[in-house]
Design a protein around this ligand. Structure first.
Ligand code: GAL
Length: 366
């Protein structure tokens, strides 16, 4: 009896100790969750809901096999951004090999948004069908009534079949595509995919202040980013979209808004190997998106400090507090992939990111 109570007490003490131990960000290091296990949520997306942060990401397993989806999307929650509680698998892959999300498919960069009108949580992700490499290039969507899931898979497809881009007075003539005479490689891929829908790989989802949501994804064989409006319930595309930085191979998009301006950070296109980041800014979500070069500064800046963007997280209740969130991929042992979070520094409206071995939220003013 006493022995049992003792063991129970020890267990509680250990859990409390583990849960209390993370007091700062240590980019690139192992990041233990409430059970002392390295967080398993790669290519992550974040949602702030009911004063809690939720982190959704690819659950990886050991070895190269972990680069495909053997388990699904893992969810964690946190009140302070340092300490994360394991909330389990939010979206599980299917054991039915004919399912779009069959175990062993590729399911990457999940992002969850909350729809105030429907009261549902909507998860978008990049989906590659089982056994087809990276050729399917589809967007997948799942929904849940509860933030931590379980999420129910709805559908996967290539967006905006039959739709031409949206043009406005900031669209330049070189941005316009003529499918009778595609002017370059990316236009050619765009036109090829016009009937069946545009390819959708690396992605994020952004919800604007007016409640409109946008899906931003690498398209046209990764040559161009597309930014597409989602329907009011966030589970489909409206057909309105623009193409960003045509022909330049941008991946890993992360979009945020500050002082009414829009910002987009992304990477080049070199698979799991790191490359130079890039950022863009626009006064309107519909452009013109202006290319601004590499936001990273200092040693390691030309390889994004060995990582690749996945999200920019605004810190709730603090002004000008945005965290750049990246993955350091470990393709030979996927589960060992690391995360690094770095504070974004603003010089007026310019974005700068510097490496830090460790840091705390008090770098942000208020
Ligand atoms: C990266 C991409 C990852 C994953 C990987 C596969 O460029 O950002 O999400 O798709 O390629 O090689």
């Amino acid at each position: 009896m006493y022995r049992k109570i003792f063991i129970l007490l020890m267990g509680v003490m250990q859990l409390t100790w583990v849960a209390a131990q993370v007091k700062m960000f240590t980019p690139g290091k192992l990041w233990p969750d409430n059970n002392g296990v390295h967080i398993n949520a790669h290519g992550g997306g974040f949602l702030y809901f009911n004063e809690t942060y939720y982190w959704f990401g690819e659950h990886k397993i050991e070895g190269k096999k972990g680069n495909s989806a053997q388990v699904g999307v893992h969810c964690y929650s946190s009140k302070d951004l340092y300490n994360w509680k394991d909330e389990g698998i939010a979206l599980a892959v299917s054991n039915d090999s004919t399912s779009d999300i069959a175990k062993g498919c590729i399911l990457e960069r999940p992002k969850v948004v909350y729809n105030k009108k429907t009261g549902k949580f909507v998860m978008w992700f990049h989906l590659e069908l089982l056994g087809k490499g990276y050729s399917a290039a589809r967007a997948g969507v799942a929904v849940s009534d509860h933030v931590t899931g379980p999420y129910t898979f709805l559908k996967s497809y290539r967006p905006n079949a039959g739709k031409m881009p949206y043009y406005n007075d900031v669209t330049t003539s070189s941005d316009k595509v003529n499918c009778d005479h595609p002017a370059n490689k990316s236009d050619h891929f765009f036109c090829r995919d016009l009937p069946g829908g545009q390819m959708a790989r690396d992605m994020t989802v952004f919800v604007d202040d007016d409640g409109k949501a946008y899906h931003i994804f690498s398209s046209e064989e990764n040559f161009t980013l597309q930014l597409a409006e989602l329907t009011d319930d966030y589970t489909g595309h409206t057909g309105k979209f623009i193409r960003i930085y045509i022909g330049h191979q941008t991946e890993a998009p992360a979009l945020f808004k500050r002082n009414g301006k829009y910002y987009l950070i992304g990477s080049g296109c070199t698979g799991w190997a790191p490359n130079t980041a890039r950022w863009f800014t626009a006064d309107s979500i519909w452009g013109q998106w202006i290319y601004k070069g590499n936001p990273c500064i200092g040693p390691g800046a030309d390889t994004t400090f060995g990582g690749q963007s996945t999200y920019v997280l605004p810190v709730a209740g603090k002004k000008d507090a945005y965290i750049f969130i990246a993955d350091r991929w470990m393709p030979n042992n996927a589960i060992d992939g690391r995360y690094f979070w770095l504070p974004i520094e603003f010089k007026d409206d310019e974005v700068e990111i510097r490496w830090k071995d460790s840091w705390k939220l008090d770098v942000f003013k208020k």
